[in-house]
Ligand binder design. Structure first.
Ligand code: DLL
Length: 432
């Protein structure tokens, strides 16, 4: 099933031609309307009319989060405010939030691109879709909401929180598709169990999860606990919000909406392109945005392109699930590791619950990591010997699979914080 089959299954040559035309018009748009870009292009003597191939994009400077902050709130808008019909902002854990805007046309495009993601993940006009993202400045809820309406599904604008009520609504309204962060889906799944509800008695079939990194092991756990098929979808407010890329039911990589976003993968240190298929930082240029175009935005997200064709028939290239953010990478005694890798190992071990926290401390010149993980009730109340065995297993697997030495602490069920939006699993005491 496709939402915009012609665009999703386009011949690559044709796609590249469209990308080039759209890139040219985007570069002209920002050169004419956004002083920030005009200055940057002038500095290197670049005129958008000089563009002859997609590779020419590489001549242009990158845009980073700080550029958005310095132009707060509307400095990077390419249209007058009267043409803007919606504003969103990303909360930003550090410093000032970043503000983005949409014209009426942008909202239409956005809805269609989210529509593609939803349909790729199994949703049709027959579905009842519960949006359990927080409604507000965050792009997640409104983005998925408009996309779902566009597809013709029945939308329940639930927002996040009040988990028992979420489940009651799910039962009464016969929700068939759940939209949330994977960590909130896990809290919902655990609560379903606590309420002694048989997940098979729910009408749920699909889970469309995104907005934060998650592992394949977490996917399996969610699918088992909720009796659903779960897909991953990716986006970021700076380039639009959700709708940038989404998995199809093959569950093997996310199709990038390449007719609207031009993606480069670069080495985050040298900023040179990596070889096709290698892991690097994703850099995105928008091709159709009117109000808030972005040229070469450094996402900080690490992924790789998967050039092989997908059996689903979409020709839009896939990217692997996000492996982590360059700024989330932990260096534990010299070994680089991302929280999701730790998660994948933990979830694979019998006796652990899918809730964990990673605490980083500095002892002398070395970084020390402690992994707190909830143990299943059985293990927790079992003899000390069992607990010690579990701790040893975790340590050994972390050492053999990730090459890291960590301390492990088992804690009782429900002692680790739960999340209704994006999870915060790492507590870094080094920066305090
Ligand atoms: O999280 C947009 C979104 C909403 C995507 C709902 C999907 C579903 P921001 O709040 O600006 O926007 O955060 C963007 O979140 O740079 C990634 O680091 C991370 N992220 C988003 N989706 C995924 C995903 C939204 N599927 C930042 N896997 C991005 C891993 C993700 N990380």
């Amino acid at each position: 099933m496709f939402w915009q089959q012609e665009s999703e299954c386009m011949d690559r040559k044709e796609l590249e031609q469209i990308q080039l035309e759209r890139l040219e018009s985007t570069l002209n748009r920002v050169y004419l309307n956004v002083p920030f870009y005009r200055r940057k292009f002038d500095e290197i003597g670049f005129n958008p009319d000089d563009l002859t191939s997609l590779d020419d994009l590489r001549k242009l400077p990158f845009t980073v989060k700080n550029d958005l902050r310095e132009n707060y709130p509307y400095g990077l808008f390419a249209v007058p405010l009267r043409e803007v019909v919606r504003v969103h902002a990303s909360s930003g854990t550090t410093g000032m939030s970043t503000v983005v805007g949409y014209t009426r046309n942008d909202i239409k495009t956005w809805s269609n691109l989210v529509g593609r993601v939803l349909v790729a993940g199994g949703v049709t006009a027959d579905d009842v879709i519960q949006i359990s993202f927080n409604y507000g400045l965050f792009t997640g809820a409104f983005g998925l909401h408009y996309g779902a309406e566009r597809v013709g599904a029945s939308v329940i604008p639930m927002s996040s929180g009040n988990t028992k009520r979420q489940i009651k609504i799910m039962q009464d309204f016969k929700t068939t598709a759940l939209v949330s962060t994977p960590s909130y889906a896990m809290l919902i799944a655990d609560t379903v169990r606590e309420m002694n509800i048989d997940p098979r008695s729910l009408a749920l079939r699909w889970g469309l999860f995104g907005a934060e990194p998650w592992s394949g092991a977490m996917r399996r756990e969610l699918e088992d606990k909720l009796c659903i098929k779960a897909t991953d979808n990716y986006g970021l407010s700076e380039v639009m919000g959700p709708g940038v890329a989404g998995e199809c039911l093959q569950q093997n990589g996310l199709h990038i909406n390449e007719d609207h976003f031009l993606v480069e993968i670069v080495n985050p240190e040298t900023l040179e392109p990596v070889k096709l298929g290698e892991v690097g930082e994703m850099v995105i240029t928008t091709l159709t945005k009117e109000a808030f175009p972005m040229v070469r935005y450094r996402t900080r997200d690490l992924t790789r392109l998967m050039p092989e064709p997908c059996p689903c028939g979409r020709t839009l290239r896939r990217m692997s699930r996000i492996m982590g953010r360059t700024d989330d990478m932990l260096i534990i005694r010299g070994v680089n590791v991302f929280p999701q890798q730790i998660e994948a190992v933990l979830f694979d071990i019998e006796g652990t619950e899918p809730h964990y926290q990673i605490i980083i401390d500095r002892k002398g010149a070395l970084d020390d990591a402690t992994v707190l993980v909830e143990a299943s009730e059985k293990i927790f109340f079992d003899e000390m010997k069992k607990q010690k065995e579990l701790i040893d297993t975790i340590k050994k697997r972390m050492a053999s699979e990730l090459g890291i030495a960590v301390e492990v602490k088992l804690v009782e069920k429900k002692t680790i914080e739960r999340f209704e939006g994006k999870a915060k699993r790492v507590i870094d005491n080094r920066k305090l």
